[in-house]
Ligand binder design. Sequence first.
Ligand code: NAD
Length: 362
Amino acid sequence: MTTPANYRGYRVMTLPGDGVGPEIVAAARRVLDAAGQRYGYLLAYEEGVMGGCAIDAFGTPMEAGLIERCQKCDAVLLGAVGGPKWDTTDPDKPRPEQGLLGMRKGLELFANLRPVRSFKALAHNSTLKPEVIDGVDMLVVRELTGGVYFGKSERTADTAYDTMIYSEAEVERLVEYAFTVAEGRRKLVHSVDKANVLESSRLWRAVAIRVAERHPNVELRHMLVDNCAMQFIRDPKQFDVIATENLFGDVLSDEAAMLTGSIGMLPSASVGASGVSLYEPIHGSAPDIAGKGLANPCATILSAAMMLDLSFGEREAARAVERAVETALEQGARTADIAAFGETKLGTAEMTDAILAALAAG
Ligand code: NAD
């Protein structure tokens, strides 16, 4: 029997951020703490300021010393950053997402993981036919610290350019990660590129082939990014793990997210070389519903479950949280974004209560 005296302990940096961020991080903390009591761990939380709130407080998109504080924690849980208040096209003004990009760089978070699984209870939410969606279980592994978002870019009076640049080492660690994850899944990796046009993609493909030789029990398939965008809609069940570069992954992972119907349901993890991973919902700060207690907390709660699993090795608790979300949905709990016509719409706190009740009963 685990008693509080021998609970396992983990330190979590929370970055609530902007918009609905503070509401959904608070919801996730309630679930994390309840699961901890049941499964024998205790979390110590720190709070950091990043995003528009940091611009307001300090004039910079991240409070000073935040990366170092994160490095002393076991994991980071982020709400969301940004909002119209800080939108600007002036390149000299700070922008909230610079905080996020800086955090990715600072913690060397080179791989972004987005699991996409269909929820039976939400089959009607997808714009695709239920039979196309039912049973979808894929993981997009997106390169996060290289490519066009970090290459040299410049704007002159009437032209602009951005550079997509990759080293073999950057590609190799991402593709290796994807193959390692695939070993524990259905053992299929789609490496997605644009090798018919881009030199950086031809390098990507060559490295993917080399990495695949080290994983003979995992099948490698190459797919061009335009075809992949189409195949996601045509037959998403054909995919297990998708490995791709930063820009393609940005677009494809949002497309994959919509397969299940709501952006409010999907978690993500960013993992990297430093050993401190960052967990966040895939959605943004939802300024249109911020402060109203209406946000769907599921994506953040499921991100917290990924944290329990990948950062702390608390697999049993992670599965229990995932099951609790599923059970709450099966019992009819819905926030407005996932409610069908006529269904009762719960607020953030009530939805969290439903998940906590399912966790306690599970
Ligand atoms: P968004 O994801 O914030 O919102 C898109 C739509 O989805 C909105 O109608 C919103 O109400 C809804 N939505 C999002 N999350 C929801 C939730 N949990 N529950 C219910 N409904 C939800 O995208 P956007 O409107 O394009 O961006 C808003 C701001 O968020 C922008 O400033 C953008 O830069 C920022 N953003 C931040 C991140 C991040 O922090 N990682 C990611 C994407 C966008």
